[in-house]
Design a protein around this ligand. Structure first.
Ligand code: FA5
Length: 344
């Protein structure tokens, strides 16, 4: 076999070998075998010295071309191997979207927040604004401007945590109504609800907590009447306890309203027939309300000959307890997840 034939043979062998290689490492080995210092090409270059001088340049050129061809084979095979590696990776790292995902425990709103949101939604839908105020309040707004001067016997209705002689933890959210009336420069109509935490020096038991939540409401206008109050509270009763509910008003007493009423809703458990939820009466007391006392309107800068108002106040825990048959108010505050989870 002459050198030219040998060269052809090397090219053929290289093509075959390179085509079979499956890894970059093996490809480098094949490259060394043909093109390395001790490789096939080095051997063939040794043979060049035996050629006649005039043939040497031509042979050199052919050898270089052959080398380049082999380098091209190597490059092609490298591309094939790299593509195969990527394909393998994609295959092994494929995400199977049909597998069931991991279940995460997602928390939920506390039942009291849910009830608050429901009531807020109802009132916002009726054009009310939501107003908030501080939990540390001055005596003047919590009591005095609400027709409860110091030493008024009705202060006993709300046993109070005093911080100093004139500051206290608010016992109801009515002071937010006082603030809203006082802050209203134009002394015109007001339509607000005031949700928030309140505090009383009541001993904790199944129906009382030293801290609880209220939502109170106030409407002041030139034409407001008791029948507007009744219609509004009927909407609350229906929203919270079902469409079929009715309400009744009973005379009551609050220093800040005149007349004052207690509002009962027909029992949602027995439909008014009488059961243990309504203690056999067919009715459940849900909130206090009334027409705003003229003294309160005047104390807050309103002309009581021109403006009337109605106000109401409810305990959020009480609504939740009635709605879901919860018999102990402390369950709202002891954070037993078995209880909380029932209201997801
Ligand atoms: C008031 O606080 C009045 N400000 C409500 C009001 C506003 C009446 C406007 C008229 C006009 P009362 O003290 O009844 O009223 O409290 C309202 C509600 O708070 C009660 O019906 C009850 O649901 C709830 N509540 C009162 N004390 C506690 C307590 N210790 N723990 C849990 N809820 C309570």
């Amino acid at each position: 076999m002459n050198v030219y034939e040998k060269l052809e043979q090397i090219k053929k062998d290289a093509k075959e070998h390179i085509g079979l290689v499956k890894s970059i490492h093996a490809l480098n080995e094949v490259k060394a075998k043909f093109l390395g210092k001790k490789g096939s090409f080095s051997e063939i270059m040794m043979l060049m010295k035996d050629l006649p001088n005039d043939e040497k340049p031509k042979f050199g050129q052919i050898t270089n071309e052959a080398k380049q061809i082999i380098l091209d084979y190597i490059e092609e095979q490298k591309t094939i191997i790299e593509a195969a590696i990527v394909a393998d990776m994609l295959k092994s790292e494929t995400i199977d979207v049909t597998l069931p995902g991991k279940k995460f425990e997602i928390g939920s709103l506390h039942l009291l927040t849910q009830i608050q949101n429901e009531i807020e939604d109802l009132f916002v839908g009726m054009g009310y604004e939501i107003m908030e105020g501080p939990e540390i309040e001055i005596d003047e707004y919590n009591f005095e401007k609400l027709n409860l001067p110091k030493d008024h016997p009705a202060r006993d209705m709300q046993d109070t945590f005093y911080i100093s002689e004139d500051t206290l933890l608010r016992t109801h959210t009515s002071p937010v109504q006082v603030r809203t009336m006082l802050n209203n420069e134009h002394k015109n109509a007001i339509k607000i609800i005031c949700p928030g935490k309140v505090y009383r020096r009541d001993a904790d038991d199944a129906t009382h907590s030293h801290q609880f939540m209220q939502i109170e409401g106030l409407v002041v206008d030139e034409t407001t009447s008791l029948s507007d109050l009744k219609g509004t509270l009927l909407a609350v009763a229906k929203k919270m306890f079902g469409e079929g509910r009715e309400i009744r008003l009973r005379p009551s007493y609050f220093p800040f309203t005149e007349p004052s009423v207690e509002v009962d809703v027909s029992c949602h458990n027995c439909n008014g027939k009488g059961c243990n939820v309504c203690k056999g009466t067919g009715w459940i007391e849900i909130l206090g309300a009334g027409m705003v006392n003229n003294n309160v309107l005047e104390a807050c800068g309103y002309d009581s000959t021109k403006y009337q108002g109605f106000a109401f106040g409810m305990g959020v825990e009480r609504i939740a307890m009635l709605k879901y048959g919860i018999n102990d108010i402390r369950l709202f505050y002891t954070n037993d997840v078995r209880f909380n989870k029932q209201f997801k």
